[in-house]
Design a binder for this molecule. Structure first.
Ligand SMILES: Cc1ncc(C[n+]2csc(CCOP(=O)(O)OP(=O)(O)O)c2C)c(N)n1
Length: 329
């Protein structure tokens, strides 16, 4: 790899650290699923870490995010505790939502994370509602809404972008196009030139970038976040990336060849960042130490999650919707 001009090595190291922590978490989540510790589905974001890292570096604790079924990376980058997250995947009492949400429903309001979501495109409406509340209350924070390309073919995408633009809400839409919606290729299901053009058709400025280039994500997100903070209304970022693992942790991926996935590994955002660090003069040992630190953090999370107690039966109806069915109690 060729050296790049004007690299901020410290910032790239911070990105690498964030991505390494997400990667280590996702590998642990995959293992937990394979070993039967997780009930239900797990959607891994391996290969997509640069989007989470490059966007969230611009966010403050009080800023808000919404994410999808594939939300571990965004949640970690926003500042969630990986031990609590892993415990949540395992359904334990020490989990982010006391073990009642699991991977698809992690929410942590203490860090402005309004929730993962199992319903494709549902996070868009929640983000826009939150952004409207922020505007009505005159708060200074902003909202970032992460969603996949598949979500752009659902109605809430249009409704949310339209509402955000009409009310000039403080929201950054981040479309993570990983090439697929479950087993369907994006291009096979999406009419027109792309989600960025759909945003622009509503008057929302859009940027499209290589989502595996963490510096490109950082630069574009920085510009768009600044505009949102300055009151310029909703902005749109389309980050093109690739999902290196199956749609879920149990998906065998029959809709694409192993050779295709292998070829795309050359574009792995961590690999690219590590190569760029090396050609910028960072020693191998520094990168190895960051990887080891990330793995140690997640190993500790694994140990505490596996040893954590199950939620008490008496608390089954606490913090969940009361459906008032006596037979459930
Ligand atoms: C409303 C709705 N329709 C269908 C599904 C089933 N489903 C779960 S994930 C998914 C694909 C979503 O693709 P995309 O938005 O691109 O996100 P990605 O999985 O690629 O991260 C589908 C169809 C769902 N969860 N919700």
């Amino acid at each position: 790899m060729a050296a790049r001009a004007n690299i901020d090595v410290e910032r790239l190291l911070a990105h690498y650290r964030a991505m390494a922590r997400i990667r280590a978490f996702e590998e642990a989540a995959e293992r937990a699923h394979q070993e039967g510790h997780v009930k239900g589905a797990v959607h891994l974001s391996i290969g997509q870490e640069a989007v989470a890292a490059g966007v969230c570096i611009h966010l403050k604790r009080e800023d808000l995010i919404t994410t999808t079924h594939r939300g571990h990376g965004h949640t970690i980058a926003k500042g969630a505790d990986t031990g609590a997250m892993l415990a949540e995947l395992l359904g334990r009492a020490s989990g982010t939502c006391q073990g009642k949400g699991g991977s698809l429903h992690i929410a942590d309001f203490s860090i402005g994370m309004l929730g993962a979501n199992g319903v494709v495109a549902a996070g868009l409406t929640i983000a826009v509602g939150a952004a409207h509340a922020v505007k009505l209350r005159g708060e200074r924070r902003i909202v970032v809404c992460f969603f996949g390309d598949g979500a752009t073919n659902r109605g809430p995408f249009l409704e949310s972008l339209n509402w955000a633009k009409i009310y000039e809400l403080p929201v950054l839409f981040v479309c993570e196009d990983n090439g697929f919606a479950a087993s369907t290729r994006t291009r096979a299901m999406s009419a027109g030139p792309g989600p960025d053009a759909r945003a622009e058709s509503l008057g929302i400025p859009a940027r499209t970038i290589d989502g595996n280039d963490v510096i490109a994500v950082d630069e574009a997100a920085g510009e768009l976040v600044e505009r949102v903070r300055a009151g310029a209304g909703p902005q749109f970022l389309l980050a093109r990336t690739y999902r290196l693992k199956g749609h879920t942790a149990s998906d065998l991926g029959a809709y694409r060849s192993a050779a295709e996935v292998e070829a795309r590994k050359a574009d792995d955002p961590l690999k690219r960042a590590a190569e760029l660090l090396k050609v910028s003069g960072v020693a191998d040992e520094t990168i190895i130490a960051i990887d080891a630190e990330a793995r140690a953090e997640i190993a500790a999370a694994w140990k505490s999650a596996l040893g954590a107690p199950w939620p008490a039966v008496e608390l089954a109806f606490t913090d969940v919707q009361d459906v008032r069915m006596p037979s459930w109690r």
